[in-house]
Design a binder for this molecule. Sequence first.
Ligand SMILES: [Mg+2]
Length: 367
Amino acid sequence: MKIKKLETFTKPYVSFLKTTLEDGSQGFGQMSTYHADITAQIFHKQVAPWVLDKSWEDFNDIENLVLEKEHKFPGSYLLRAIAGLDTSLWDLKGKLENKPITELIGGNIGSLKVYGSSMKRDISAMDEADRFKKLFQEKGINAFKFRIGAECGRGLDEWEGRTEDIVKTINKSLDSSVKKLVDANSCYSSSQAIEIGKLLEDNNVTHFEEPCPYWEPEQTKEVTDSLTIDVTGGEQDCDIRIWKDMVERKIVNIYQPDVMYLGGLTRTLQVAKIIEEGGYVCTPHAANLSLVTICTMHLLKAIPNAGPYLELSIEGEDYYPWQQDLFLDNPFKIENGCVTVTDKPGWGIDINPEWLNNSDYQVSDIN
Ligand SMILES: [Mg+2]
């Protein structure tokens, strides 16, 4: 069965893709968020021409064909676009077989524990602690990640003293049963990160994400080898060669692939396998409430080396207005600190028709 039509529905932050086969079967996917308008252009120019009129069944083969044909363009944007194709093909397969995707890859539906993930650095220590306390009491979330240092901050803090303040305040404010995670987003040199790591150890933080510039793995490894807490990373990396290298050299303790940055579920399953064979846990990166988090839910319910929780952004309309109203109902509903993967086929979501109607439409098809 061949791919006949590829339609994109695009706004600046999000682009959905509808793939249609010769027999009219359809599936919906999404490209990676941010500059999605640029990604959609790349999709129609550098992905669609290679896959139209091709058999759809072997996702790995068809995606590799795109990467081979576009081998002068390795990197993020092409994979962000391929993520749209891949996630639409999985949705199609799920719908044809009437199964949720997690079952197609060996998993089971049901509940999944989350950690509440803050995206804010422009928030005071007390305000952040108050948000977490409220979510602990009202939604039962008992793990949270907050931000330290400045993003790619060359060693500087967001404002002077913020990191020490927030690490101590969160530890003092939250129930001792609550897991505490931090993300430095590539801020520190290794020596600085080791010093900050001691502060984290003293304040019951268990997860230190991206302490050093991610493109300097030797620095990160020094931190990993020096601290007792878990050092984590990998969200930016989308090249399978780099993944093999990172795991082989034991750069971090916990690995965090992003389904959308990697080019979809197919390649993420390959990376999860590399991580598993290295003997490590996989706690994927999923930093917004678009399809990336849905895909990660299905993945975590299936892989044997899944970390203990799903990253779930706690940001709402005030901070990420673009992620409002993408889906009908609420696929991210939290009960007792858990979200649920349902038995609905495919990704199990309905994209909001009104959102689609108000987006920029583009089509590539077989004439
Ligand atoms: Mg991160």
